[in-house]
Each structure stands twice: as structure tokens, then as C-alpha cells.
Design a protein around this ligand. Structure first.
Ligand SMILES: Nc1nc2c(c(=O)[nH]1)N[C@H]1C(S)=C(S)[C@@H](COP(=O)(O)O)O[C@H]1N2
Ligand SMILES: [Mo]
Length: 171
């Protein structure tokens, strides 16, 4: 009897916490919720909202998916997102960017690193896009609100889905 009561209580509290989670992450028309966090090398946390990202220049790129299908992704360049947290590129930043790296962290704990210098336009034309649409439609639930698209790579392992944290570390 006691066990049934405990299980009942567990199910109840689980349902309740799931409901609370959903309420927190549901589509808010006012875009007041943080959608992405940037942690810079000194530990400063910048919480970005959808409205912050909406102000950035958008870019479209055609790339081949993991399944070999061509898709037109759209979103903002990762470099531009990092600038919102005060990260510098070009003359003001490239020296520091030579000795730091970016860890892109996903909701499922998947992670991939980029050397910051890979995002430096003086060094490379490489595109690292933080995409939010594919062929004009929002990304699937599995891909998350944002996924990286790195069109010039032979493997899609750094196309991190469900990006939630961008973390910069000094070597
Ligand atoms: N969050 C997250 N992103 C991820 C992965 C993952 O397991 N979790 N797998 C990576 C790997 S190894 C590949 S090949 C691609 C697969 O891309 P797809 O989702 O378009 O099939 O996603 C990458 N991004
Ligand atoms: Mo992969």
C-alpha cells in the first residue's frame, strides 16, 4: 500500500515538474526567455533572447545534410552571435583568438570544439552558421531551435543540433 502511495506521489511530482518545464520553454510570443547562453573566458554569462538574435544579419547557405540531401539553411553567423557577448574579431581580436577555443554545447550534452581562429575572417572564409530554418521552415524538434551548419566539412559531426551554450576557453 505504502509503495503504491510512493509511486503515486512520484508520478504526480514528475508530471508536475514536466508541466513546469513545458511552461518555461513553450513559444512565448514576447520572446522574453533566454534561448542561448554565451560564457566567455572570464566567466561572464550573456543570455540571449530570440529578439537579440533577430537583430543580426541573416545569411542563407546551401549545404549537404548527413543524409546527402541538399538543404538551404538560414540563420546567423556564429561569429556575429559571439560579438553580442563582446567577443572581438579582426585587428582587435585575432591575437586573443589564436589562443582560445569555443565549445558548442547541446541540450543532449553533445559537444564540439572550434578554435576561435576558425571563425576569424582575416584567416578564413569558412562559414559556421547558427541555423534556425531549413528550406524556409523552422528546424525539426530533433534539430532544435538552433543547429550549426558547417558546409565545407566532409563530416557533419560539428553540425551540433539543439545548441544551448557557447563557451569560450583560453588555452
Ligand atoms: N546535439 C547533437 N548534435 C549532433 C549530434 C548529436 O549526437 N547530438 N551528432 C552529430 C553527428 S555525428 C552528425 S553526423 C550530425 C548528423 O546530422 P543530422 O541530424 O542532420 O542527421 O549531427 C551532429 N550533431
Ligand atoms: Mo556523425
Amino acid at each position: 500500500m505504502k509503495t503504491i502511495l510512493y509511486i503515486g506521489l512520484l508520478v504526480f511530482s514528475l508530471t508536475f515538474s514536466i508541466a513546469a518545464q513545458t511552461a518555461k520553454t513553450s513559444d512565448d510570443p514576447k520572446n522574453t526567455e533566454a534561448v542561448l547562453k554565451i560564457v566567455t573566458e572570464n566567466g561572464t554569462v550573456t543570455e540571449l533572447k530570440a529578439a537579440d538574435l533577430a537583430k543580426l544579419p541573416r545569411r542563407e547557405i546551401k549545404a549537404k545534410n548527413h543524409d546527402g540531401k541538399g538543404t538551404t539553411f538560414a540563420g546567423v553567423e556564429l561569429r556575429e552571435v559571439l560579438k553580442l557577448a563582446g567577443v572581438k574579431f579582426g585587428d582587435a581580436g585575432k591575437k586573443a583568438n589564436l589562443t582560445s577555443y569555443l565549445t558548442v554545447e547541446a541540450a543532449d550534452k553533445y559537444r564540439a570544439v572550434f578554435a576561435m581562429i576558425e571563425l576569424e575572417p582575416d584567416f578564413t572564409d569558412k562559414i559556421v552558421l547558427l541555423a534556425d530554418t531549413g528550406d524556409g521552415k523552422p528546424l525539426s524538434k530533433e534539430q532544435g531551435s538552433f543547429r550549426l551548419v558547417v558546409p565545407d566539412e566532409k563530416k557533419q559531426a560539428r553540425w551540433v543540433r539543439q545548441v544551448v551554450i557557447l563557451r569560450i576557453t583560453k588555452i
